[in-house]
Design a protein. Sequence first.
Length: 284
Amino acid sequence: MDETERNYHYNVMRRAIDRIDAQGGACLSLEELSNEMQMSPAHFQRLFSRWAGVSPKRYQQYLALGHAKALLRERFTTLEAAAGAGLSGGGRLHDLFLRWEAMSPGTFAQKGAGLTIWYGWFPGPFGETLAMGTEKGLCGLAFTEETGPEAGFEDMRARWPAARFVEAPERLEPAVSAAFRQSGEARLHLIGAPFQIKVWEALLTVPSGQVTTYSEIAQAIGHPKAVRAVGTAVGRNPISFLIPCHRALRKSGGLGGYHWGLPVKRAILAWEAARADAAEATAP
């Protein structure tokens, strides 16, 4: 499946999510959903299963508002255990190998002065995606289906206002393609304040298909009382999906916020959970 197809599939899925939400949580039949999407049941089932990895009926269970609480019960991971299992510092997420380098505090304080940041627009599994990067790796990944492309671009550019921005999607395409395929290698360039980078590095230890809490992150970085500050740092994560801020939930089981829109967060969590279950079901 190429990225244009993934983008199209997500747009269909986004409409399906809206329809499911409007139903108030009740499970819709395949025929009802396919009619809403103006597709035949067979075509919708096939398309949906290719994108989500599971049937529409099963995916609705992952999208349920109570699913976050179920994730905390069944797939909560302590960051210390994840780090001890070798999932930090360049660990694998599926078949994708991540390496990252953090910008020095002094350079960050200059608001990107002297940096050239390339950017480009890409279709992806969660809608239109804005990617940004430096010679060291991806520094930004934003989903703009909810915000709109102009607002999304201004949001990202304002993070490093003194940098020079150049449209050059060809420089970013290999890393973006690896990220969405979940295979190969993607290099990341973490540009943030020291506290933010600590939070983002902690997020990188959370395995796909599992979740953590803001308070757990605060404990892991040695600031147990800084839960609110951790939440702010999570929300300012510039490299969405690869630095998995979507896997951070409230201790109560609530989704919390998501900078690019809660529908996108729910879709990503459900997509990852579906794939994790499918992988377990086919494991020898």
